[in-house]
Write a protein that binds this ligand. Structure first.
Ligand code: TMP
Length: 237
């Protein structure tokens, strides 16, 4: 291991973050805890921590091969990963290929409608405010990101979408939408946080069955089964 684990720095809804002996590295520890609607709904998805950790690392590896810089350093165990210690840009970037969730609510378009191009949305990362949707002017005007950072974040998000959409199509899954976060590290913008069934919508390409956290959000049952099925599709077990 490249660094010794030290004190806990932060505990989020789905992950804990620990300092290490190297100030440039932290350890992320994935939990089975699940929340939705900004923490209003709480539960446990047994085995989720391991699945999200391993899936996120796998997908970050795939993206790295395609030239996307990520925070991933080393998988330490089934639930723990050594990552670069970034300063998170306070934006949640959502890419959408199919209408679902809040986009369906906001526009009245049915879930499953296909927009004529992928849609990029920005949200201000604030639990107190419930992550409100914003636009790039807000991000610039309030100093949440610089023009150069925003341009990089948007071009990386669109490229990540193309890579992941193609990968998931190959395993019979529609990548409906997903949320990603970016961090500043040694003067660069890199992909941080996670990519998992917690942060993506995955639909079986043929049956359109939901294989993601919407099963938890919407009390559909079969939550653990869906997470395991996504691992199986990816070839991780
Ligand atoms: P939405 O349709 O609820 O706006 O969600 C769009 C995508 O973003 C979906 O794949 C789930 C993901 N997401 C998160 O990862 N975290 C969040 O807090 C929210 C609201 C959505």
């Amino acid at each position: 291991m490249k660094a010794e684990q030290k004190e806990q720095l932060y505990e989020g809804k789905a992950k804990k973050v620990f300092a290490t002996s190297d100030p440039d590295l932290v350890i992320v520890s994935y939990k089975d805890d699940a929340t939705a609607f900004n923490g209003l709904k709480k539960g446990t998805i047994v085995g989720k921590g391991v699945i999200n950790n391993r899936m996120s690392n796998y997908l970050m590896g795939l993206l790295a091969k395609e030239g996307i810089e990520t925070h991933y350093v080393e998988e330490l165990s089934d639930s723990d990963t050594l990552v670069k210690h970034v300063q998170i840009v306070p934006l949640e970037v959502i890419m959408r290929n199919v209408v679902a969730g809040s986009l369906s609510k906001r526009t009245g378009l049915p879930e499953g409608a296909i927009p004529s191009m992928p849609i990029l949305e920005l949200y201000y990362k604030s639990d107190e405010l419930g992550d409100p949707m914003i636009n790039s002017d807000h991000a610039l005007a309030f100093g949440w990101a610089t023009q150069a950072e925003l341009e990089q974040i948007e071009s990386m998000a669109r490229k990540i979408n193309e890579i992941l959409k193609k990968f998931f199509a190959g395993v019979g899954v529609d990548l409906v939408d997903f949320k990603i976060e970016f961090g500043r590290y040694k003067g660069k913008i890199i992909l941080a946080d996670e990519i998992s069934p917690d942060t993506c919508r995955f639909w079986d390409s043929k049956t359109k069955e939901k294989l993601d956290k919407d099963r938890f959000r919407r009390d559909m049952g079969g939550v653990e089964g869906a997470y395991h099925e996504m691992m199986r599709r990816i070839g991780l077990k």
